[in-house]
Write a protein that binds this ligand. Structure first.
Ligand SMILES: Nc1ncnc2c1ncn2[C@@H]1O[C@H](COP(=O)(O)OP(=O)(O)O)[C@@H](O)[C@H]1O
Ligand SMILES: [Mg+2]
Length: 249
């Protein structure tokens, strides 16, 4: 086991008006618990608004949970910043447009103090090569790249500090189908090569079937079903899961 989530809940206040008075609350996550085995891929599916991104952000420590706890390799969440990285859906928002690609790649190396500065360029080039780009990308800016290429840069950045767990929040959903297929292959290769563990969030069940070992189905902030990928697709136990599968046909 690499990670365990215990009863994670998240309540958001809905604010309104000039004085931001509280107009209500949404329970985005309601006691979500799961265990993640090392070197596996946990697929997370559920319709829009079911709490997937909120869960991803809490796992990364980007948003605090209202209650519950996360244990990573027997440590509590604050100790593992470098070991867990995230890839978001939209590669257009994930890179700072004013930063050259080399600086975007140097940043995690600097923050985590991984290498001496003189080795940064070589490391950044290796990372780019690994995701299918070349050294010429270093001096360029995000605007000079397509969506698929930007996502490759985000992947290079995420693996720069040699993480153990990657949380992929709809990482290919915004891209063309042919590019989606290539990136899926890249994710599978990287997982093998770097012994990674994945949490792969997607509303596309075909993608989940292809990549996930276990699947967790979310609905209105709750985990309603969790099973091996083959079980979920062969004999879902919940009506909601059956509807999801039916809708994907
Ligand atoms: N910052 C926020 N403030 C208030 N409500 C939020 C915030 N982020 C998410 N929510 C609400 O939490 C619920 C889950 O959202 P989200 O985690 O983005 O779902 P998903 O990624 O599955 O589409 C939704 O009802 C959403 O409106
Ligand atoms: Mg989302």
């Amino acid at each position: 086991m690499i990670l365990e989530a215990r009863d994670i809940s998240k309540e958001f206040k809905i604010e309104q008006g000039m004085f931001k008075s509280e107009a209500g609350r949404t329970l985005a996550l309601d006691k979500v618990s799961f265990v993640l085995d090392e070197f596996t891929t946990l697929g997370v599916v559920g319709e829009s608004g079911s709490g997937k991104t909120t869960l991803a952000k809490i796992l990364l420590g980007l948003v605090p949970a209202s209650s519950g706890e996360i244990v990573f390799n027997d440590k509590f969440i604050k100790d593992f910043r470098k070991d867990v990285q995230i890839i978001f859906q939209n590669p257009y928002n994930s890179l700072d447009p004013k930063m050259r690609i080399k600086d975007a790649l140097y940043e995690p190396l600097l923050i985590h103090n991984i290498l001496p500065r003189r080795s940064f360029r070589l490391k950044a080039t290796e990372l780019l090569n690994r995701v299918g780009l070349d050294e010429s990308a270093l001096e360029r800016y995000p605007v000079q790249f397509s969506g698929g290429q930007r996502q490759r840069i985000c992947i290079a950045r995420a693996i720069a500090c040699e993480p153990k767990l990657l949380v992929l929040d709809e990482p290919i959903s915004s891209l063309d189908l042919t590019i989606q297929a290539k990136l899926l292959e890249l994710f599978l290769e990287l997982k093998r090569e770097f012994n990674l563990t994945y949490i792969f969030i997607s509303h596309n069940l075909c993608v989940i079937k292809y990549i996930a070992d276990k699947v967790m189905v979310m609905h209105q902030g709750r985990v309603i079903e969790e099973a091996s990928s083959s079980e979920i697709f062969a004999s879902p136990s919940q009506e909601y899961t059956r509807e999801l599968l039916e809708a994907a046909k």
